[in-house]
Design a protein around this ligand. Structure first.
Ligand SMILES: Nc1ncnc2c1ncn2[C@@H]1O[C@H](COP(=O)(O)OP(=O)(O)OP(=O)(O)O)[C@@H](O)[C@H]1O
Length: 701
């Protein structure tokens, strides 16, 4: 039977693709590319694919084609297998987006895989959303039986669990067959079991083979080691500067060896050791845990590129990559790093139904904001329960811990500026339940002798940490990206019990995030893109938060399924939209008058003048005599803050950091922004009159 042929014409302007930023993988095909056209042809039958699975031909278009700017992308053979073969090393990101768009329309069940040489460049067509199966995929009985018979005993006796989740059985089954696998399943769903059980199996039945796990965080490695030790499974972490041979002095290898990508990159002895196991036939599997980091931690690109390339040097070793938070682009990036291998994708919905999602407004005034937080922590859903508070800056992390301690909350802190012993102690205190709350930074650079050390994420807290009774996670500064949010919030409710995930949001915090990105030498454009996605998520007060988050992760979610477990759905009847054009215009006029006089005002100071407060700081410099003093006096301070936030968002206002010779501190001051002259029309703010916290629903583990 003749296979269907699909011809896709994609119109894009002619342009020469940018040179690849990173070195090409050794086995990557060198692709001749014309500056004028991209024509992908594949043969009608798939036989050819087996021989050269990654070879593609780009040809000049037929000379008689009328529209020279058209690019013909011709797919032959079964659509799905052809998509898998569509690779390019230098492809215009817009073409990639267009191809995805067309494929989404014509082959919705296929998972297109387009690897590009610069994985972070391309954009996915917005409507390319994956529909997870309505019920968790029913497992083929044969698969379940095969996995049961080979690993069931270990599951019950060593891991003390009753049954496999379907995705675990699928991943383990493929792993047992020696296949390469990419597992995408929500945080806390039990992905680690997939490689841990396989490692145990390979060790016991494979003559003492070792599984090497590349894991990006030290805290996570320590956490996993601790859990494995409780189950009597030996696992060694190659983290210290001690020569790896000394750590592995014993005659037999352990089932699992953990190492960070940086260690593989910087320490040749570690790499040599892994290669020697491979050569001796003792390497069972390479595991890439928290695989989304290969895409999201862009400043660690080198470490990831180098260490992930290990699989190219060890071609016969099966690989398993796992992630709990992956956008479609991240999945492509992971596949790029794993190419030329094409792992089997095992994917379930990334939704965590037992974690209620809430966005709360954070006061611009830190003391008021902390007061709100303390009030929340004293309510029954939080008091005496184990939780995590994430902050972006170390000083803020310590300060908050101190303030909470003063209010009688049992709390410790964890950040990159502490030494290893202090950090381990804090983690241990929290993990063992000696204190309820840990205030932690997510990631930040370590400065040593003025030099950046690329070890920030290695010592960050959050990702992967598995403490089953965490009942709440609070982002007191807004997260760097929605993927970070998903990961960090994923520390809560890992036992399937109800949990609260809360973000305190204030638009003004964006500046701190970007400041950190700049200081850390990250790509600020990408950092801004990620942060703006969080801003959009937080500011949208009419769309279900689960829909927004899962859409970002490439998933289609039905709003009815939320069942009031997010702050938008539960507060839908309290939503207010207010036109504040007049107030915005007055605020602009007031700031204009202040800057004209050469006065520097912080947001807080400005709000006091705008609201007409009779305080010490408004009594100075003749503020009370100003025409627009108290122009916002008829509105609540909360709405006035939203007006300023909206003006900042529109770039009518901006905040700049300034220092003065009289003070060693620098502060953020309000200034007129680039759009200050623009006509202000339809300025609206949206808020909830009062916010109820959504109730989370427990789910079956
Ligand atoms: N089949 C199972 N049945 C019940 N509980 C399970 C099962 N598999 C794993 N778990 C439990 O789920 C919890 C989370 O597991 P794990 O740390 O592997 O999650 P994860 O998916 O790797 O999360 P993350 O993405 O955050 O790293 C653990 O406490 C584990 O014991």
């Amino acid at each position: 039977m003749k296979r269907p042929r699909l011809q896709v014409y994609v119109e894009i302007p002619r342009m020469r693709p940018p040179p690849p930023k990173r070195p090409r993988l050794a086995t990557w095909p060198s692709t001749p590319i014309s500056s004028t056209t991209l024509v992908h042809r594949s043969d009608d039958d798939d036989d050819d694919a087996g021989e050269h699975p990654h070879t593609i031909d780009f040809e000049q278009p037929e000379p008689n084609r009328k529209h020279k700017s058209d690019h013909l992308v011709e797919f032959g053979g079964a659509i799905e297998s052809t998509i898998r073969r569509l690779c390019s090393t230098a492809i215009d990101p817009r073409l990639v987006a267009d191809i995805r768009f067309v494929l989404a329309k014509h082959a919705p069940t296929a998972t297109p895989f387009i690897a590009s040489s610069s994985p972070n460049q391309h954009q996915r067509a917005p409507d390319h959303l994956w529909e997870p199966p309505a019920t968790s995929s029913r497992l083929d009985r044969r698969v379940r039986r095969a996995v049961e018979s080979r690993c069931g005993l270990a599951l019950r006796q060593t891991f003390l669990l009753d049954a496999f989740h379907p995705f675990q059985a699928q991943a383990i089954a493929r792993g047992l067959e020696g296949e390469d696998v990419l597992v995408v399943a929500p945080t806390g769903s039990g992905k680690s079991l997939c490689f841990q059980l396989l490692a145990l199996h390979d060790h016991v039945h494979g003559g003492g083979k070792v599984t090497v796990v590349l894991s990006p965080l030290r805290a996570l490695i320590k956490d996993q080691q601790r859990h494995l030790a409780e189950k009597g499974i030996e696992a060694i972490a190659l983290l210290t500067n001690q020569p790896p041979e000394q750590l592995l002095a014993a005659q037999t290898l352990p089932p699992l060896v953990f190492v960070t990508p940086e260690k593989v990159q910087k320490c040749p002895a570690v790499k040599e050791l892994i290669v020697s196991w491979y050569e001796a036939g003792l390497l069972a599997r390479l595991v890439f845990d928290e695989a989304h980091c290969a895409s999201t931690q862009r400043f660690r690109d080198d470490a990831f590129t180098e260490s992930w390339r290990l699989h190219v040097e060890l071609p016969n070793v099966p690989i398993m990559a796992l992630t709990g938070s992956a956008t479609p682009q991240i999945i492509d990036d992971i596949r790029y790093h794993l190419s030329p291998r094409i792992p089997q994708l095992i994917r379930i919905s990334q939704n965590r139904p037992n974690c209620a999602l809430t966005v709360l407004r954070k006061h611009t005034n830190e003391t008021a904001a902390i007061g709100d937080l303390v009030g929340l922590l004293q309510t029954s859903s939080f008091v005496g329960k184990c939780g995590i508070i994430f902050r972006t800056r170390r000083s803020a992390c310590e300060k908050l811990a101190r303030k909470l301690r003063d209010r009688g909350i049992s709390v410790c802190h964890y950040h990159a500026g502490m030494d290893e012993v202090e950090r381990d102690e804090a983690q241990e205190m929290w993990a063992s339940g000696r204190c309820d709350v840990i205030v932690a930074t997510v990631s930040s650079y370590v400065f040593q002798g003025g030099a950046h050390l690329l070890t920030s994420l290695e010592i960050a807290f959050g990702m992967g940490i598995n403490k089953t009774n965490v009942r709440w996670v609070i982002h007191f500064d807004f997260p760097k990206s929605l993927v970070n949010l998903d990961q960090e919030a994923g520390r809560a409710g890992r036992d399937g019990g109800p949990a609260q995930c809360i973000i305190y949001y204030n638009f003004g915090d964006l500046k701190h995030l970007l400041e950190i990105a700049q200081r850390d030498n990250q790509d600020t454009t990408l950092a801004l893109q990620d942060a703006l996605a969080v801003v959009r998520f937080c500011e949208d007060k009419s769309t279900c938060r689960r829909v927004l988050l899962l859409r970002h992760l490439g998933e289609r979610y039905r709003v009815d399924d939320c069942r009031n477990t997010c702050s938008t759905c539960v507060n839908a009847d309290r939503r207010v939209e207010e036109d504040v054009t007049r107030a915005a215009s007055d605020a602009r006029g007031l700031l204009s008058a202040l800057t004209h006089e050469g006065r520097d005002v912080t947001v807080q100071h400005f709000l006091q003048i705008f609201l007409g407060r009779k305080t010490a700081c408004t009594s100075k410099n003749g503020h009370r005599e100003k025409e627009l003093f108290g122009a916002g006096g008829d509105m609540s301070p909360d709405v006035a803050e939203l007006v300023v936030a909206e003006l900042l968002r529109r770039d009518v206002f901006r905040e700049v950091r300034k220092g003065y010779a009289t003070s060693k501190w620098k502060h953020w001051y309000l200034e007129l922004g680039d759009e200050a002259e623009a006509e202000l029309r339809g300025v609206k703010v949206c808020y909830h009159k009062s916010q109820r916290l959504p109730q989370a629903r427990p789910c079956q583990k």
